[in-house]
Write a protein that binds this ligand. Structure first.
Ligand SMILES: Nc1ncnc2c1ncn2[C@@H]1O[C@H](COP(=O)(O)OP(=O)(O)OP(=O)(O)O)[C@@H](O)[C@H]1O
Length: 291
């Protein structure tokens, strides 16, 4: 089970939304990280056979992406904005989607009960969709994506709007599902990738600027992250020279976490990078190269 993408390009008119993307996505959870507009949804829609590439090849479990009918049989897709008829109950909405997914009537009821258990929505099965919490709606979204036992699951921004507890529950569910599947999930939150994935790719303005293990992503920030104490009046000038990650006001002083390529100064304290730090470092370094 794998997704192999080679030299993929996608243009919308003159806009080059994806440029020369080559990725190998194996079994397990794989993160696709990037800022708003980086091209994550565009890539996912192409992989879900809902949009056509402008150039390049994609094979999913050896099947060419051009073979849309076969591809759709092995893929489950949860789009960023997923909704069903708001007044339908959870179980009848899943039944309706099961009909659309061409699940035979003889197995539909059993499959839906199985899925409701798997995503922990059984107690909610008679609730109207519109009355589910944000996290429950996302879990419903996973259930509908799993209707056909897909070996590949593509999930766009899974935890947008979820509270930390729901987010954790959602990732635990995905981890279970990733044992024997390819799960590709997109996010603009670096912490999500760290919590859930072993491998990731980072997209910036339609190009892959990193691909590899989370550990090697983390290492990119080594020796680049510092904290220092500034006075309020020093902050503006400091901002001009360094990429600030966070600031914390403490009376007249400001504690500032920032990125630097320079040799450390005595008033700076070196920090171990978080995945967010390394991601910010990679993005700012890439943008400087482009400028
Ligand atoms: N159907 C379309 N027609 C024209 N341009 C599009 C279309 N879909 C996306 N784009 C453009 O492609 C670029 C990438 O959009 P995309 O939705 O793939 O980014 P994203 O990384 O998923 O962003 P977000 O995190 O905000 O969802 C954007 O500039 C967007 O405006």
């Amino acid at each position: 089970m794998e997704i192999i993408i080679e030299h993929l390009h996608k243009n919308y008119g003159k806009q080059k939304v994806l440029q020369d993307i080559s990725l190998h996505i194996p079994v397990g959870m794989y993160g696709l990280l990037g800022e708003n507009g980086a091209g994550k949804t565009t890539l996912m829609r192409i992989l879900a056979a809902m949009s056509e590439p402008s150039a390049g090849t994609i094979r999913i479990n050896g099947i060419d992406i051009k073979n849309k009918k076969e591809i759709r049989k092995i893929i489950g897709y949860l789009p960023q904005e997923f909704s069903v008829y708001p007044n339908m109950s959870v179980s009848s909405a899943l039944d309706y989607l099961g009909i659309l997914a061409e699940l035979p009537k003889s197995i539909r009821k059993e499959r839906i009960n199985e899925l409701l258990k798997q995503v922990n929505l059984e107690p909610e099965k008679n609730k109207r969709f519109k009355n589910l919490s944000g996290g429950m709606k996302r879990r419903f979204g996973i259930a509908q994506a799993l209707l056909n036992h897909p070996k590949i699951l593509i999930i766009d921004e899974p935890t947008a709007g979820l509270d930390p507890e729901e987010r954790l529950r959602f990732y635990n569910l995905l981890s279970e599902l990733a044992m024997d599947r390819v799960i590709l999930l997109s996010t603009h939150i670096a912490g999500d990738i760290e919590a859930a994935c072993t491998k990731a790719a980072i997209l910036c303005a339609g190009k892959v600027i990193f691909e590899g293990n989370i550990d090697s992503l983390l290492k990119l920030g080594n020796g680049k992250v510092y904290t220092t104490i500034l006075l309020q009046k020093e902050l503006e000038e400091f901002k001009q020279n360094y990429h600030i990650i966070s600031i914390y006001q403490n009376g007249a002083n400001i504690s500032c976490r920032f990125l630097s390529n320079e040799a450390p100064r005595k008033e700076w304290v070196s920090c171990n990078p978080t995945i967010e730090d390394s991601y910010m470092y990679l993005l700012s370094d890439h943008k400087m190269e482009v400028e």
